[in-house]
Design a protein around this ligand. Structure first.
Ligand code: NDP
Ligand code: MG
Length: 398
């Protein structure tokens, strides 16, 4: 059997580790070309050895020496720096798994999209910032986009090339995050530790905070809009604390099709690794008789204003999603450093959107460089709002 040649970017992260687990289970089916991370060189070296990868890359050049040391005598090529990362992403393989977190993954995602390889995309920020451009790039290279995000993977499985003319509505489910049952007062005082304690999923820090503010679900609406060519009004969110139904599609004849699975990212990743075949993922099937109940409720937009904000940004489109994403990344990292409070995340994003004077906010980007420039500029504006006291921030908004 011919092995599929795969490269894994963001190998040391949460999605990366789940992917490593699957690649190890199915070592007879995959040949690993590149594994890459940012700076966790020792962890990356272990992954490279476990997967018999041909090459390991750290983006942060200051950690190359550690990587080289950890891989000495292993016959695994070692390199570092963004250029090395982009060169590896540009190498044609059969499947690229893109699991870098944040807009830091934009260039590598675009480089991989140009090769025409199947692209298993976890890096939702690339689609949020540059959805139109990325979809065009994938079309031009005839690359197949395989969504890793569990809701989008669910939709991909449900739609599976079916005619979408009778599709009325697509609903993404949200667990509701750690603060679903918290009062607004308690949420205002939430710490990073509180916000990182997700009730269902075990994820990287940035997306965990995004789940606590519910902005993650908003980013996912934009993600679905681009991947499945949907109108904003066709997209909806319901809170479903059991995280068993990941998404569902409503058709004009009254049918609703849903995808269900235990909340384990290996289900979605394994579908990406082998679609349209299925791979044993190590995740048990659902025992429906044991499921006590599945509940669905409307999200509380008062307590979680970020979701409302993204909806309006999605409607307006243009550069706004990229600005929102950049401000969110700055605010989340400041919150994790305890430089700001939980509700300041929303305030910083709203203030950045208000303070951005881009002439052509509504205009679609024409090149990746435009996206990167908007990302940089929006980060600068968001960062200029830090650090501050509550009063300073209010002044900045006003
Ligand atoms: P983690 O923070 O756990 O991992 C991020 C990975 O990206 C690490 O391998 C990190 O390397 C690497 N990385 C960060 N910056 C760079 C850079 N500049 N160059 C190269 N590599 C870099 O994130 P997650 O795995 O949780 O999330 C990854 C992506 O998947 C995100 O876009 C997220 O939104 C999406 N996603 C995640 C889900 C999950 O369950 N975790 C679910 C759905 C989507 P290092 O370790 O060296 O820092
Ligand atoms: Mg998701």
């Amino acid at each position: 059997m011919v092995k599929r040649r795969v490269s894994l970017f963001g190998a040391t992260g949460s999605i990366g580790q789940s992917t490593v687990d699957l690649l190890k289970r199915h070592a007879d089916k995959f040949e690993v070309v590149t594994v890459a991370a940012n700076s966790r060189a020792t962890e990356l070296a272990k992954i490279a050895i476990d997967l018999s990868a041909q090459r390991a890359i750290v983006c942060d050049e200051s950690t190359i020496a550690d990587l080289r040391y950890a891989l000495s005598g292993k016959n695994i090529e070692v390199s570092g720096g963004e250029n090395a990362l982009l060169e590896a992403a540009s190498e044609k393989v059969d499947l690229v798994i893109m699991a870098i977190s944040g807009a830091a993954g934009l260039r590598a995602t675009f480089a991989a999209a140009e090769t025409g390889a199947d692209l298993a995309l976890a890096n939702k920020e690339s689609i949020v910032c540059a959805g139109n451009l990325l979809m065009r790039k994938l079309q031009a290279s005839r690359a197949r986009l395989l969504p890793v995000d569990s809701e989008h993977n669910a939709l991909f499985q449900i739609l599976d090339g079916r005619d979408q003319s009778a599709l009325q509505k697509v609903t993404l489910t949200a667990s509701g995050g750690p603060f679903r049952n918290w009062s607004a007062e308690k949420i205002a005082a939430a710490t990073p530790e509180d916000a990182l304690a997700h009730p269902v999923w075990n994820m990287g820090e940035k997306i965990s905070i995004d789940c606590a503010t519910l902005i993650n679900k908003g980013l996912e609406l934009i993600e679905a809009q681009h991947i499945f060519a949907l109108k904003p009004e066709q997209l909806d969110v319901l809170v479903h604390p059991q995280s068993t139904v990941h998404a569902f599609v409503s058709y004009s004849d009254g049918s609703v099709l849903a995808q269900m699975a235990k909340p384990d990212m290996r289900v979605a990743i394994s579908a990406c690794l082998s679609w349209p075949q299925r791979l044993a993922s190590g995740v048990e099937s659902l025992d429906l008789a044991k499921l006590q109940s599945l509940t669905f409720e409307q999200p509380d937009l008062q307590k979680f204003p970020c979701l409302k904000l993204v909806r309006s940004v999605m409607q307006q489109g243009g550069a706004l999603p990229c600005i929102l994403n950049a401000a969110n990344e700055i605010a989340v990292s400041a919150f994790l450093r305890k430089a700001i409070g939980f509700n300041d995340i929303y305030r910083i994003i709203a203030a950045t959107l208000e303070n951005t004077q881009t002439q052509s906010l509504q205009k679609a980007f024409v090149a990746l460089e435009d996206v990167l420039q908007t990302d940089r500029e929006s980060r600068r504006i968001a960062a200029s709002l830090l650090p501050y006291s509550e009063a300073n921030l209010q002044r900045a908004i006003a």
